[in-house]
Design a binder for this molecule. Structure first.
Ligand code: FVH
Length: 286
């Protein structure tokens, strides 16, 4: 028999996770604060309380709105003998605090970051970062694979959230740039569909292929004279992005910080280097 699993939270994501466990043959118990959510879920056991749900399974997956709701939901429950896998989005600091708190309540704790939207759960493109108890991860790795490909990133419980937030940060930066581009072309009534399919997507895809080179520069140091697009040139050209934005009546708010960083990099003597030099300037604490 497959490991019984409890899912706490039946929002858009929690119900997708419960569906994936149920479809993979895990006896699945679910609980949600507001009864009656996800009525379409079949073949699951609906617990009346969080206590009843936690007691039903050795593996407890939590997917609630924010960290504080996880604490208020599990507060006062004896978690002895349970692996608690918290997939609620949060910060590394929150993950470390919740790990200490759940461990004190008897749990083996794993924190997780879901890299998928609900429709992707159970499919090939979805993956989930995990960090925390290596024992819990080894024991339940195969069970967790019912939701998405598991990627364990270390025993420090904060590391999954750090990876998750890093990828979300990259995604919002990318979407912010794309949204700005669509506002610019929209100012001249250019078709968003044609612009996106014919130009925006191929351009971004081509530019993304330079990421491994930036990573190599960061890890091994920049190769002298290798920058094909040096920062001094980029900083000079960037003024055209800002001027065009203003000229077309588009708010440059999403672009301005990158221009500031490029100028700062040049002023700090990195004018002949590539975009990797900007990464160091972002580390304000170092
Ligand atoms: N949906 C997505 O695209 C993203 C993908 C990546 C991961 N995120 C994170 O997953 C967490 C849950 O997100 P969700 O999409 O399921 O969110 P909702 O559909 O809004 O459901 C929220 C659930 O949280 C319950 N809840 C809220 N407050 C409380 C509380 N004080 N006590 C107990 N439960 C609470 C809510 O219950 P109810 O309102 O129906 O009673 C839902 O079950 C989230 O961290 C995302 O960032 C999703």
């Amino acid at each position: 028999m497959k490991t019984p699993v409890t899912v706490l939270g039946l929002g858009a994501m929690g119900s997708a996770l419960a569906r994936a466990f149920q479809a993979a043959g895990h006896p699945t118990t679910v609980w949600n604060r507001t009864p009656g959510r996800a009525p379409e879920l079949e073949g699951v056991t609906r617990a009346a309380t969080a206590l009843e749900a936690v007691n039903a399974s050795p593996l407890v997956v939590v997917c609630l709105l924010v960290d504080a709701t996880v604490r208020s939901t599990l507060n006062g429950l004896d978690l002895t003998g349970r692996a608690v896998v918290n997939l609620t989005n949060g910060t590394p600091a929150q993950a470390r605090d919740t790990a200490a708190w759940a461990t004190a309540a008897g749990a083996e704790y794993l924190d997780g970051g879901i890299m998928a939207v609900p429709a992707m759960i159970g499919g090939p493109a979805a993956f989930i970062f995990y960090s925390g108890s290596p024992v819990a991860f080894e024991r339940h790795q195969a069970d967790l694979a019912a939701m998405a490909r598991p990627a364990y990133v270390g025993s420090d419980p904060g590391l999954a959230a750090l990876h998750d937030i890093a990828l979300l940060s990259a995604m919002y930066g990318m979407f912010g740039g794309a949204q700005h581009a669509l506002a610019l072309t929209g100012s001249e009534k250019i078709s968003p569909i044609r612009f996106t399919e014919d130009f925006l997507l191929p351009w971004l895809t081509a530019m993304l292929s330079s990421l491994p080179r930036i990573a190599k520069d960061l890890e091994e140091g920049p190769e002298p004279g290798a920058a094909g697009s040096n920062l001094a040139m980029q900083a000079a050209a960037y003024d055209n992005l800002l001027d065009t934005s203003v000229g077309q009546g588009v708010d440059p708010a999403l672009l301005t910080p990158m221009g500031d960083l490029l100028r700062k990099a040049v002023a700090a003597g990195h004018g002949d280097e590539d975009l990797a030099a900007v990464v160091g300037l972002l580390r304000t604490g170092s």
